[in-house]
Design a protein around this ligand. Structure first.
Ligand code: GTP
Ligand code: MG
Length: 343
């Protein structure tokens, strides 16, 4: 293994049917209220948020940092509204792992199934967040508690109701060819999909879902996450935006290598390939959604995986969804060809 290789931050895509609670789950993890800023509380873009491992360890309550070697999780939020199939597919393509959020009271809906199909195509490991358990009739809220702790404090009728609803999900997943179980009964993560009952609103079960994600990353992905940190950067453009004082900028998910100020990059425009030079890189703060962040930090270079705002000349006409590649060491023609091929 090369000396400079390291485990990069896994990209975790949050997917699922409209209103089932994807953004709310991320709000709970970030301690933010992005949902309240969305028009009609509908997500219409792909977002990205870096959650450092320290925050995850703190929230999980049970992990020890000593045993964890992923540096954090980069969460990608996707829209559940049926109109945004392209954005979900784009998010799915970027994901190392995924959370499929299902409203436990509604069960599977069309975009739940669409998400599962995308994940199956890419062979992406995922967990099911069976959300809104606080809406089960008679549920007693134990704010922020791990699932088993709050479950033990429910009466038998409520426990029975939750079990029934979880088994309905197990049945649906089985119809689609996936083996699954409630997470605390899963011993082999490679063979069974974990269903974690949660409430994004009260935080119940959220420690467990973070633990399951880290467990998946640690056990099954550390080799695929090992990257050469100083390789040429590769990413996907999420948004093309004009920013005051910066001109046109790109919001980019960098999924491989390093991107530096001064790097020659290649992106795709409406009707041509664009080559330009990175003028500045603006990094959102940890725990902040890149889409609504206002206080970016200027950095000289950034290593995957990360959400980053890129300012450069000639970005007019760049298309959302375009690949972004760094030219390094005389590989210009190859890079241009790659970008042409990927769009
Ligand atoms: P789209 O991005 O539009 O697909 O929706 P979403 O999946 O991001 O759902 P969102 O987080 O916007 O939540 C939809 C509604 O459900 C909001 O009114 C939330 O407050 C509510 N909600 C989300 N999670 C929970 C939960 O665990 N319990 C309860 N009671 N309400 C929830
Ligand atoms: Mg949303």
């Amino acid at each position: 293994m090369a000396k400079e290789s390291k485990i990069r931050t896994p990209i975790v895509c949050v997917m699922g049917h409209v209103d089932h609670g994807k953004t709310s789950l991320l709000d709970r993890i970030r301690g933010s209220s992005v949902v309240s800023t969305e028009a009609g509380a509908i997500t219409q873009h792909i977002g990205a948020t870096l959650v450092p491992i320290d925050a995850i360890v703190r929230m999980s309550g049970a992990l020890s940092k000593v045993n964890v070697n992923v540096p954090g999780l980069l969460f990608i939020d996707t829209p559940g509204h049926h109109a945004f199939t392209t954005l979900r597919a784009r998010g799915g393509a970027l994901a190392d792992m995924a959370i499929v959020v299902v409203d436990i009271n509604e069960g599977f809906r069309p975009q739940t199934i669409e998400a599962l199909q995308i994940l199956r195509n890419y062979r992406t490991p995922f967990v099911i967040a069976a959300n809104k358990i606080d809406r089960i009739h008679g549920w007693r809220v134990n704010e922020g508690q791990p699932f088993l702790k709050t479950f033990a404090q429910q009466n038998e009728r409520v426990q029975g109701m939750l079990e029934t609803k979880v088994y309905e999900l197990v049945g649906k997943l089985s119809e689609l060819g996936f083996n699954s179980e409630r997470f605390d009964r899963v011993s082999d993560f490679a063979r069974n999909i974990c269903i974690v009952p949660i409430s994004a609103l009260t935080g119940e079960g959220v420690p467990d879902i973070l633990m399951v994600l880290i467990g998946l990353a640690q056990r099954y992905m550390t080799e695929s996450l090992r990257v050469s940190a100083d390789g040429p950067g590769a990413g996907t453009v999420l948004e093309v935006k004009e920013e005051r004082g910066l001109g046109m900028t790109l919001d980019v998910i960098l999924y491989d290598g390093t991107l530096k100020v001064g790097d020659e990059i290649v992106v795709a425009g409406n009707d041509q390939i664009i080559e330009t030079k990175v003028r500045s890189l603006l990094q959102p703060r940890p725990m902040k959604e890149i889409l609504i962040e206002e206080r970016f930090e200027r950095v000289k270079s950034i290593t995957a995986a990360a959400g980053i705002k890129v300012a450069a000349p000639k970005l007019e006409g760049v298309i959302a969804g375009s690949p972004l590649r760094v030219i390094r060491g005389g590989n210009r023609d190859e890079v241009v060809e790659q970008v042409r091929h990927e769009i």
